[in-house]
Design a protein around this ligand. Structure first.
Ligand code: GLU
Length: 511
């Protein structure tokens, strides 16, 4: 048995990755890396009817975006491969045979129509102890008939025989002791008629063959745990079983139930990691990435959905999360998702991020809005000026567009009510003064010098600079937002500043 920690994320590639799925990846990854262990990505694609083209690539892309690189996966390789269950089909049959030989599984020959018929007659029909003897299987049929059916290659599945009167108990690393009454569990199919295993058999066999030491998955898998525990007991022994942890749900903002994709659509926030277009319906679901989250922030906010380090600290790098992560600080209860808080995380990360690195992320948004950046250094400077005001990457468009050209629209209506001839005279004088500065080079055009100069001129005009700041800002920016007015004037330079003042004076004089 391997003593190295080995964990796996084992998604079925059926669509976009929900927040909860990525958090499962993250907790697996953090636990593995905290213990210098391996993080494995295994694609559980045995259900061909649910196959969705592009879904596996989407999972790989999401992990890559988050920086959670698997040590082993279908594309990273590894010595326990293949890592796609559909490519491991030949492996599973012998385990089903062992279970049958032990008497812990049986052949079932019921056709789809027969099962359908049964479901019609018996409400909430379960193929289980209560009904298995009424069905067509190797427990209910005489032995010679079973041999005959098998010889004729009659289509059949293999089902687990859930034991009578047994309480199935295991220790969950988050919840403690969990027990199930076996009677409530149905005889799940293990091997399908096409020879493909179902998830239940494949997950146990593969966790064993891949020497998985800890299996962490979403709480929604808890009802499947008894089947898995029994299979471990029958096939490999409970002492070999990985330690289980079922991670609490991520809840709707009001705490009422599991957060779903529909909640996101309804409340206008993403629930998937990245954009996902369903290839069957063409329905597009937006992702955190495309909404303008940066991966460091996304990983950070996910970690805080259900975990903390015991202090008030909320901002963690991935390395800090790895160093601090422990399962005993994962909450038992669900974690409410709060989109405003998620944006706060992103803003904190934007503030901390290097301007140069941020420029690479922001530039595509500016390009898409036809904002032309002539000088890369200028872009970096602008990013430094506005980043505190941006929650999401697209916010940089509004917060910085006026640095790259005159604003498209100017809220002169916000200036007009308090506009008078004195103010008009002041701004005319300001234009003259700025022209002088340009021509004679009499002042360095840094924000502090410009501010001092502005204040001197306001006193000379017997005005208060406070009353003039708002009109000045609106002239430069177009509205009541943006960083310091003199930072802006200094960045766009006095020539442009003059043009923008002149433009507004013209509009105001016609009002
Ligand atoms: N294949 C399951 C899924 O689609 C994984 C459950 C597990 O991790 O055991 O999420």
């Amino acid at each position: 048995m391997n003593s190295k920690v080995r964990v796996r994320f084992a998604p079925s590639p059926t669509g976009g990755l929900h927040l909860g799925g990525v958090r499962t990846v993250l907790f697996n990854y953090l636990f593995a890396k905290h213990h210098n262990g391996d993080f494995i990505l295994r694609i559980e694609d045995t259900d061909q009817s649910r196959f969705v083209p592009g879904a596996e690539q989407y999972i790989l892309d999401t992990l890559a975006w988050c920086g959670l690189t698997p040590d082993e996966s279908p594309i990273h390789g590894g010595k326990y491969g293949p890592y796609r269950q559909s490519e491991r089909k030949a492996i599973y049959k012998k385990y089903a045979d062992t279970l049958i030989a032990q008497g812990n599984a049986y052949y079932a020959f019921d056709t789809a129509a027969e099962l359908e018929e049964k479901r019609k007659i018996i409400p909430n029909f379960q193929y289980s102890r209560a009904h298995r003897m009424e069905m067509k299987n190797s427990l209910s049929l005489p032995e010679n008939e079973v041999v005959e059916l098998l010889k004729k290659q009659t289509p059949h599945v293999v089902r687990i025989k859930i034991p009578d009167n047994e309480t199935i108990v295991f220790t969950d690393e988050i919840r403690g002791s969990v027990s199930f009454d076996a009677e409530a569990v149905d005889d799940k199919v293990l091997l399908k008629a096409d020879g493909m295993p179902t998830y239940h058999l494949a997950v146990v066999v593969d966790d064993h063959l891949m020497e998985i030491t800890h299996a962490f998955r979403g709480e929604e898998w808890l009802p499947s745990a008894p089947v898995h525990i029994l299979l471990w007991k029958y096939l490999f022994g409970l002492d070999k079983m990985p330690k289980w942890a079922h991670l609490p749900l991520i809840l709707k903002p009001d705490g009422n139930g599991k957060l779903s994709k529909r909640d996101g659509d309804r409340l206008g926030f993403p629930v998937f990691a990245m954009d996902w277009t369903d290839p069957n319906t063409n329905e597009k679901t937006i992702g955190f990435k495309e909404r303008g989250f940066i991966p460091e922030a996304f990983v950070n906010l996910l970690a805080m959905l259900g975990w903390n380090d015991g202090t008030d600290k909320e901002i963690f790098t991935l390395d800090e999360l790895i160093a601090g992560f422990s399962l005993d600080r994962v909450h038992k209860g669900g974690a409410k998702f709060d989109y405003e808080k998620a944006k706060w995380f992103n803003q904190e990360w934007i503030k901390r991020m290097d301007n140069e690195a941020l420029a690479l992320l922001v530039k595509p948004y500016l390009d898409a809005s036809n904002i032309i950046v002539h000088e890369h250094d200028y872009l970096i400077k602008v990013i430094g000026l506005v980043k505190e005001r941006c929650h999401l990457l697209p916010d940089f468009v509004l917060q910085s567009s006026f640095f790259f050209g005159a604003p498209n629209s100017i809220d002169t209506a916000a200036i007009a009510p308090k506009w008078d001839t004195q103010k008009q005279a002041f701004f005319e004088a300001l234009i003259v003064a700025y022209n002088d500065i340009i021509n004679k080079g009499i002042l360095t055009q840094d924000p502090i010098s410009l501010e001092l100069h502005f204040k001197e001129l306001t006193s000379a005009h017997e005005l208060k600079s406070g009353e003039l700041m708002l009109p000045f800002r609106i002239m430069l920016v177009g509205g009541k937002f943006g960083p310091g007015v003199f930072d802006i004037a200094s960045a766009i330079e006095l020539k442009d500043t003059i043009t923008r003042i002149q433009f507004c004076l013209q509009i105001l004089s016609t009002k």
